[in-house]
Design a protein around this ligand. Structure first.
Ligand code: HEM
Length: 223
């Protein structure tokens, strides 16, 4: 479990930097069918068996956008030194998602409101702003990085299944996303380098919640 990793004596990845620690905890929370490094049992419904409707996919985009809006507004407005590096990283997804929602509108879909999965996650994130701002970095990391990894793979599958292979803006970044991720990794390590051990651990411990909330949003597709 995450707790056993976080509470254990060794902190895998810590010799490299904090991103590596967060990545290690995250990879363990994948199922074995999701990623090679996953340790959890196979999920109830493997991705290959997901058969959502176009409307489900649209709802997934809407809920995702609601969460990205929280992060991007928060980062832009935050006066906290901790977050200065995360204002315009190149990973931002709201403008891309707006274009994708327009694509749906042009095809006669009406754009729904966010549903419970997105709303509950944002509510939770808002509660961290005052009480545990460090923990927000873990959620931010997982939400943005997951999307560039498993998220992209899911996007390709859904697109083939539902939209004749149309590539949504959600899956396009300006420039090479690998380079952007590397730059962001440096920023995260820089930000967390002087955090005391207990603050780092508090942040790492959020990984589980990050997975469960993201999992509810993916639930729009896993049907
Ligand atoms: C990385 C799959 C859900 C967080 C990855 C990788 C794969 C993957 C294949 C790349 C592993 C590698 O570097 O070799 C999936 C699939 C998912 C899923 C299929 C769901 C069906 C999630 C969720 C989260 C998450 C819900 C957290 C909210 C991460 C993170 C990385 C990662 C942080 C590391 C990215 C990096 O180092 O650049 N995932 N994942 N994943 N995933 Fe997931």
């Amino acid at each position: 479990s995450v707790d056993s990793v976080v509470q254990g004596e060794r902190r895998p990845g810590s010799h490299k930097g904090f991103v590596e620690e967060m990545r290690f905890v995250a990879m363990r929370l994948h199922t074995r069918d999701q990623a090679k490094e996953g340790t959890l049992e196979e999920s109830a419904l493997p991705i290959q068996e997901w058969h959502p409707s176009q409307k489900d996919y649209l709802q997934f985009l809407v809920d995702s956008k609601y969460v990205y809006e929280f992060f991007e507004t928060f980062m832009n407005q935050s006066q906290d030194n901790m977050f200065v590096h995360f204002k315009q990283t190149g990973l931002e997804r709201v403008p891309a998602l707006e274009e994708d929602l327009n694509w749906f509108k042009q095809r006669g879909f009406s754009i729904p409101n966010p549903e419970k999965p997105g709303i509950a996650y944002v509510q939770y994130l808002e509660s961290l702003v005052q009480d545990k701002p460090h923990a927000l970095l873990c959620h931010w990391y997982n939400f943005y990085f997951a999307h560039t990894a498993g998220g992209r793979m899911i996007g390709r599958l859904m697109s083939k299944l539902l939209f004749d292979g149309h590539v949504f803006e959600f899956y396009k970044w300006e420039g090479d996303v690998k380079q952007i991720l590397d730059q962001v990794r440096v920023k995260i390590d820089e930000t967390a380098k002087d955090w005391p051990r207990d603050v780092k651990d508090e942040c790492l411990k959020e990984t589980g919640l990050s997975f469960s909330y993201s999992g509810t949003i993916l639930g729009h597709l896993a049907k």
